[in-house]
Design a protein around this ligand. Structure first.
Ligand SMILES: O=P(O)(O)OC[C@H]1O[C@](O)(COP(=O)(O)O)[C@@H](O)[C@@H]1O
Ligand SMILES: [Mg+2]
Ligand SMILES: [Mg+2]
Length: 310
């Protein structure tokens, strides 16, 4: 369904040798310019709430519809689950019959950070490709990625082969191109930035004590969109957290759509991810919309965090 052709741009085809995974990211890339172009008129609330009880913006709905159509049309996708939908969409196949083989279950956060629409700040799309029916743990991911709608539209894709960054562009003929600009993304050894969500008085005391240390060592970068904030950590090194809050012990972010794909990407890039106790990828979900505290970044910073929360 897409004109995106990595080979034509000299890029490395994402998804390693699995054409179904490659086709999923082709489909995601193909929607990105359209989603971007549709945002100016969709900066208002849609009047509905999502299964997490949050107000859905018109942009969320538009991105969800477009991505749902594009992803369910891909051969090798057996089911599709979105942050904005109560239940999975059957895309024509029993997921999880063989490890690392299609059909896959694809989970998406269509617009991450959509409260940034009003203020025109960064947003993203998050994608997890699982080879088990959802809810599943992050160990069932075969690939994950995100689109970042920043000054440039980029897509980060991670799989067994590693993590790549691509620039996604709509060409004059209407086709969409993907150009690999970093073929082996790794977290820098010397971390520079941090970004922590939630209100400070709502942070548990042990997290606050850890944050006070980090504030002395790193530079604050918090933009209010997980994808944008995590991309800064991937670029400069550091730590991003949407922590457990006193008022919300499970934090804000959702395991299937947000935490697992981001943990997968950061771990493939040499970093670490935890819910404060265990690796995010080992968290056992009860439902597909479960929330989880998320702490991701350089391994040494995550180890210190875990010690601080013990
Ligand atoms: O507005 P807050 O409390 O800083 O929350 C920001 C967090 O919420 C989110 O916007 C939640 O994602 P959605 O926009 O997809 O609901 C994250 O991207 C971000 O990290
Ligand atoms: Mg989100
Ligand atoms: Mg969202």
């Amino acid at each position: 369904m897409t004109d995106a052709d990595p080979a034509a741009d000299g890029g490395v085809a994402p998804g390693g040798t699995d054409p179904a995974v490659e086709a999923i990211f082709d489909a995601v890339a193909a929607t990105a310019p359209e989603i971007r172009a549709a945002l100016p008129g969709r900066r208002v609330e849609s009047g509905t709430d999502n299964p997490s009880g949050e107000s859905v913006m018109a942009g969320d709905l538009y991105a969800d519809e477009l991505l749902g159509d594009a992803i369910t049309a891909v051969d090798g996708v057996g089911s599709f689950v979105s942050e904005e939908r109560e239940t999975a969409v059957d895309a024509g196949g029993a997921v999880g019959e063989a490890d690392g083989e299609p059909p896959y279950a694809v989970a998406i956060d269509p617009l991450d950070g959509s409260s940034n629409l009003r203020s025109n700040n960064a947003m993203g799309t998050v994608v997890g490709v699982y080879d088990a029916p959802l809810p599943a743990t992050g160990r069932d991911l075969v690939a994950a990625g995100y689109v970042l709608y920043g000054p440039i539209t980029t897509m980060v894709v991670a799989d067994d082969a590693g993590v790549r960054e691509e620039v996604v562009e709509a060409d004059a003929d209407g086709s969409v191109s993907r150009t690999v600009v970093e073929d082996d993304l790794r977290l820098p050894d010397d971390p520079l930035v941090y970004g922590f969500g939630g209100r400070v008085p709502d942070w548990p005391d042990d997290f606050t004590a850890y944050a006070r240390e980090i504030e002395d060592e790193l530079k604050l970068r918090y933009g209010g969109a997980m994808v944008g904030d995590v991309n800064q950590v991937l670029t400069y090194g550091g730590i991003f957290a949407y922590p457990a809050l006193n008022s919300a012990p499970d934090g804000k972010l959702r395991l299937s759509f947000e935490a697992n794909p981001i943990a997968y990407i950061i771990e493939r890039a040499g970093g670490a991810a935890t819910d404060g106790e265990v690796d995010i990828l080992d968290v056992e979900p009860e439902g597909v919309h479960d929330r989880v505290p998320l702490y991701v970044g350089n391994e040494a910073l995550i180890e210190r965090l875990q010690a601080a929360l013990d």
